[in-house]
Design a protein around this ligand. Structure first.
Ligand SMILES: *Cc1c(COP(=O)(O)O)cnc(C)c1O
Ligand SMILES: [Zn+2]
Length: 425
């Protein structure tokens, strides 16, 4: 039976009032649930948001230089900044004029949002920071996740800070940089013999079992809260552009949660009156070896057919993306697109971004900037519009991608003659 009114939530998650089904609008009280009991659609956080844009803007600008400056727009208690958390966000937005020149974009129009500057060097610290507050509110004692690599590290670090136990699950064949980064924080890291989609299925079983009691899975039973963390990318980009929407955003797609919630964040800023309401286009980026959403986009389908991933961009290797249909909808509605590049183009784009702007991206960033290059080259991104492309992770975690084609220029004796002889003088 559908209910229209919801009893006051027993938990304090600030402006969050309830969970609401994205498909049918059915509302339930705030709790560790993620699927609608009426239609199995995904649940999203519903808010009572502030009304006065000038006051809100002033409050945000006076806030800390991390995601908690946006606490009035997030499912977190008002005193969130006083609790032990990793305090991610407010990463740099770089005006990328050298890259713009190389790609053929007008000077001043291309920006890199560099989330490798977060505490565990990926965008995942944003989403985990929110999930930690939900885990505390619901009394969970173990923080967990199914991860393609970066999430495992972010959960390990955040759990250590928050004083929670952690146990994370990853595909057995991840990059060493991701595995060690996850394990160093002292929690359990379990490699599963299978793909990410197998890991995710296993975690769903664990939640249903008594073993999983007291476990908060950031991207499963805490997913509605976790996902809201990606809105902070939308807020920061607009604030850093001087409270202005970009014309184009290029965003990598794994499950599609990040892209979907960046769109939600932009719509909130418009509704709140913090930015002028004007059109923007959202472009999704995938690796050819795991491109179920890009495939569906190109084929004109609404349904995303699962694939078995085979790409060096392992952080994006989700063959059955939960938010894939929403990504398709957003790309089509905004006039964007979903595009993919192959592994060679991923490596080339990592080196291009490093060479032109001094930003060393992980393979997911290579996917995004490879797709950016393609979109500018074929005219889908105009040189005269403002474009922001996301680097979501740090190249130090995926060194194998560049190792075969990058290295010292020469190894020489410590003498000027040797330097000259090597042809470097
Ligand atoms: C997780 C991840 C993404 C995207 O994740 P979604 O599942 O689409 O939200 C992008 N880049 C990196 C580096 C990631 O780790
Ligand atoms: Zn529903």
């Amino acid at each position: 039976m559908a209910v229209d009114t919801v009893a006051p939530a027993a938990v304090d998650l600030g402006p969050a009032t309830a969970l609401s089904c994205r498909e049918c609008g059915h509302r339930v009280p705030l709790g560790p649930v993620f699927a609608c009991e009426e239609c199995f659609g995904p649940l999203e956080v519903a808010y009572d948001l502030p009304g006065d844009p000038a006051a809100l803007r002033a409050r945000i600008e006076a806030g800390p230089a991390n995601i908690w400056r946006y606490a009035p727009l997030l499912p977190v208690p008002a005193d969130v900044a006083d609790k032990p958390n990793t305090n991610p966000g407010f990463t740099r937005l770089i005006q990328a004029d050298h890259l713009a020149a190389e790609l053929g974009v007008d000077a001043g129009n291309l920006y890199v949002k560099d989330d490798s500057g977060n505490p565990t060097h990926s965008f995942k610290d944003r989403v985990v920071a929110i999930a930690v507050e939900a885990a505390r509110a619901f009394g969970f004692t173990t923080l967990s996740c199914s991860s393609t690599g970066n999430l495992a590290g972010a959960v390990g670090a955040a759990a250590a800070r928050a004083g929670l136990r952690s146990c994370v699950f990853i595909p057995y064949d991840l990059e060493q940089g991701k595995v060690l980064m996850a394990a160093v924080y002292g929690g359990e890291v379990v490699g599963i013999e299978g793909t990410y989609d197998d890991v995710n299925r296993f975690c769903s079983e664990l939640i249903g079992d008594e073993i999983g009691e007291g476990w908060g899975f950031t991207n499963v039973n805490l997913r509605p809260y976790y996902a809201e963390g990606s809105k902070t990318l939308a807020y920061e980009i607009c604030e850093q552009l001087g409270w202005r929407l970009p014309d184009n955003l290029v965003i990598p797609v794994a499950s599609g949660s990040q892209l979907t919630k960046i769109d939600k964040g932009l719509k909130e800023l418009i509704a709140l009156g913090l930015v002028e309401d004007r059109p923007y286009k959202i472009f999704g980026a995938q690796a050819e070896g795991c491109s179920p959403v890009s495939r569906a986009y190109k084929d004109g389908h609404d349904v995303v057919r699962p694939v078995r991933p085979d790409t060096i961009a392992k952080s994006l290797a989700i063959g059955n993306p939960a938010d894939g249909p929403y990504v398709l909808d957003i790309a089509r509605r905004t006039g964007g697109a979903v595009e993919d590049v192959n592994d060679e183009q991923v490596v080339d784009a990592i080196k291009l971004l490093a060479r032109t702007e001094g930003v060393f991206a992980e393979t997911a960033g290579g996917v995004t900037f490879g797709v950016l290059k393609k979109l500018v080259a074929d005219g889908r991104i105009s040189p005269s519009e403002t474009t922001v492309a996301l680097n979501t992770g740090d190249g130090l975690k995926t060194l194998d991608a560049v190792a075969p084609t990058t290295g010292v220029s020469a190894t020489i004796k410590p003498s000027l003659d040797a330097f000259r002889a090597a042809g470097l003088a």
